[in-house]
Write a protein that binds this ligand. Structure first.
Ligand code: GLA
Ligand code: ZN
Length: 646
């Protein structure tokens, strides 16, 4: 496995470059990512390119045996370009262009931006096509599906709608524009969501389409750049670094035509002690692996205190630098690149700490990083090994976006139930896949399909077939609520899933911060919060009932026999223990081997292949853990990873 660092030669005196590269080489750093914000240095004026400094930096790294990832600099167009062609700037919801001097100041759809971005990418690809040290390319930086309100994007959106709906009549109907007299009588009336109101006031059908189109455009922008690189370097390895942001891309579309997934991984340094708080990053890592169902990279990895956009957070506790990077390997990464080598002494990010502090004196964190480099090297034989899993969780891009547009109740978050289900199975030492709702699921024994809020026939058919053929599915609150347009379906919930789960919801209670509790038929009781579906079984068996309030006695959790399989329905948001109870029950019923519940915040995953089986045993907590595993007593320090290969 490889460890790299993010490095900004343009931020430092050239005298530091060889020193830094030598120290990297001595420490065991295998690669650096360079240049992703350096457009003003690569093209100081229109058409004048200067790659000499980058050649020099790459040369120094090459002399030290270090490979390079080039980031295309399109996130930050230079000032001369913005001044000459203000039409490249994205326009915010106030109708005014975004300011320059921060970053991300480019509209993906602007033809002028495309021209200049295409040119710089082309020049870079042409220049470095024979450079063997350049092992991968990163497109732009943390691409987000922002809604740009410029004229180009507005027109593009109108065209997109015209293609999708054909006529204004169809569009008005799909959006329900009769509400508040919103019907369009010409395509030109379709404006982007100018922001006098928060989005919750706007039509959810209209808003979801904006997000979809923005995500498509972003994907298209990434592919536009990838195609240029490939035209010069047909076997280039191309990615982009992604993260969980407000305007998330469609991860599955974005990476479909890229070579591998790269993720920016910043786990928390502030360990909460409320056992209901699931802070592990394992769920995000599993999701990244699941995008292409292939090994992925971390392109930016936590290296110290995070600050800048917020007050500085706690620095990494002893063990975290090493432990969190190894945790990424444990979940399918095969390269981890730390952000960043040295903390910036200049610019807005000077408090987002790198491995080395402002003083340039390597300290505690660096020493731990050096150990990590050695450990990673020793894991090289695991490159290409896989995490096999019997259990998957489906992620719905549309539903996630729709929940962001319409908050369901206080405290409700789409990701929370994914985390709860993930944690429940992970607690038993299993690998858990998180995959696209549209992905093939035939290889799994149990599939969690939480909160499939926006329905799609392909997905519901697949879940029915899977269960009919003997699979186990778990559905939860807010399933089957909306049609493709993000409008409510006129049927009792969970509408398209009613037959599958064998029950319907006669009423629901969005209790928000309020609480209730449920009692299982064996007498076990768990607290629940945020949402209570009052379930009426059609054919399902009741597993738990509410304890309090007017829904007291009503079913809260059910299971239905469907074909040769079983469909569970969880009508509330329970404590962690409730999901663990169900997970254990499902594992037992399906004959899936597992480890008896691990101590809290202990994580075990397994990578197999190359004739090896490696167990990654990780203490993701700030307390020592002692427990029995395979008849042996294990004692494991905070954030320690033990790896056992057979
Ligand atoms: C993101 C960006 C980096 C940097 C870090 C730290 O992940 O990709 O450029 O800004 O955050 O703030
Ligand atoms: Zn635009």
């Amino acid at each position: 496995m490889k460890i790299g660092v993010d490095y900004y030669p343009e931020h430092w005196d050239e005298k530091l470059w060889p020193q830094d590269a030598q120290l990297m080489a001595r420490t065991g750093v295998k690669l650096v990512r360079l240049a992703e914000f350096a457009w003003c240095r690569l093209e100081p004026s229109d058409g004048q390119f200067d790659f000499a400094w980058l050649d020099k930096a790459i040369g120094i790294f090459a002399e030290n045996g270090i490979d390079v990832v080039i980031g295309t600099p399109t996130n930050c167009p230079p000032r001369w370009l913005c001044e000459k062609h203000p039409d490249i700037l994205p326009v915010g919801d106030t109708g005014t262009p975004n300011p320059i001097g921060i970053r991300g100041h480019r509209c993906y759809n602007s033809p002028t931006l495309r021209k200049y971005a295409g040119r710089i990418v082309e020049r870079l690809a042409e220049h470095y096509r024979n450079c063997k040290r350049v092992i991968a390319w990163q497109i732009d930086n943390e691409l987000e599906a922002n809604i740009c309100c410029c004229d180009v994007c507005s027109n593009k959106h109108r065209e997109w709608l015209r293609k999708r709906y054909g006529t204004l009549e169809a569009l008005n109907k799909a959006y329900g524009n009769v509400v508040w007299s919103g019907e369009y009588s010409s395509w030109e009336q379709i404006d982007p969501p100018f922001g006098r109101y928060n989005t919750a006031w706007l039509n959810p059908a209209y808003m979801l389409d904006f997000r979809r189109r923005a995500a498509e455009d972003l994907t298209e922008f990434a592919h536009f750049q990838a195609d240029i690189i490939r035209s010069y370097i047909p076997d280039a390895k191309i990615t982009t670094n992604t993260w969980f942001c407000d305007n998330a891309p469609d991860f599955y579309d974005l990476f479909a035509d890229l070579d591998f997934v790269a993720y920016d991984n910043y786990p928390t340094t502030n360990i909460p002690h409320d056992s209901e708080d699931i802070y592990t990053h394992a769920v995000h890592l599993d999701m990244m692996r699941g995008i292409k169902r292939q090994p992925f990279w971390v392109m930016e990895q936590l290296s110290g205190s995070m600050g800048c956009w917020m007050p500085m957070q706690k620095t990494t506790r002893p063990g975290m630098i090493k432990g969190y990077a190894l945790q990424a390997f444990a979940h399918g990464a095969d390269t981890v690149v730390h952000f960043r080598w040295r903390t910036a002494n200049i610019g807005a990010e000077m408090h987002w700490h790198g491995l080395i502090d402002h003083s340039n004196v390597p300290g505690r964190r660096f020493a731990e990083f050096a150990e990590l480099c050695k450990e990673a090297e020793a894991l090289e034989s695991l490159r290409g090994t896989e995490l096999l899993s019997d259990v998957a969780i489906l992620f719905s891009t549309d539903s996630e976006a729709a929940f962001k547009l319409q908050p369901q109740t206080d405290g409700y978050s789409y990701m929370e139930q994914i985390k709860l289900l993930h944690q429940a199975f992970a607690r038993y030492g299993l690998n858990v896949d998180i995959i696209d709702e549209y992905a093939d699921i035939s290889q799994y024994k149990a599939v969690c399909a939480p909160e499939l809020y926006i329905t799609d026939k392909a997905v519901s058919d697949k879940l029915h077939d899977f269960t009919r053929n003997g699979g186990t599915v778990i559905l939860t609150v807010r399933s089957g609520v909306k049609d493709k347009h993000n409008n409510c379906i006129m049927e009792q919930l969970p509408t398209v899933y009613r037959e599958l789960v064998g029950c319907h919801i006669s009423e629901y209670d969005p209790i928000g911060w309020g609480t209730n509790s449920i009692r299982f038929t064996d007498g076990e009781i768990f607290g629940c919060k945020q949402w209570c579906d009052i379930i009426e079984p059609d054919t399902a068996e009741v597993l738990a009932r509410y304890e309090c309030d007017f829904c007291k006695g009503s079913p809260a959790v059910t299971v239905n026999r469907y074909g040769n399989g079983s469909a569970y329905y969880i009508g509330t948001i329970g404590e962690r223990g409730m999901y663990e109870k169900l997970a254990k029950h499902i594992l037992d019923k399906n004959g899936i081997a597992y480890i008896p519940a691990l101590p809290e915040n202990m994580e075990i995953t397994t990578r197999t292949g190359n004739g090896v089986t490696a167990k990654f045993i990780f203490n993701n907590s700030d307390e020592e853990k002692v427990f029995a595993l395979d008849g042996e007593e294990i004692s494991i320090a905070p954030f320690e990873m033990k790896i056992k290969s057979e």
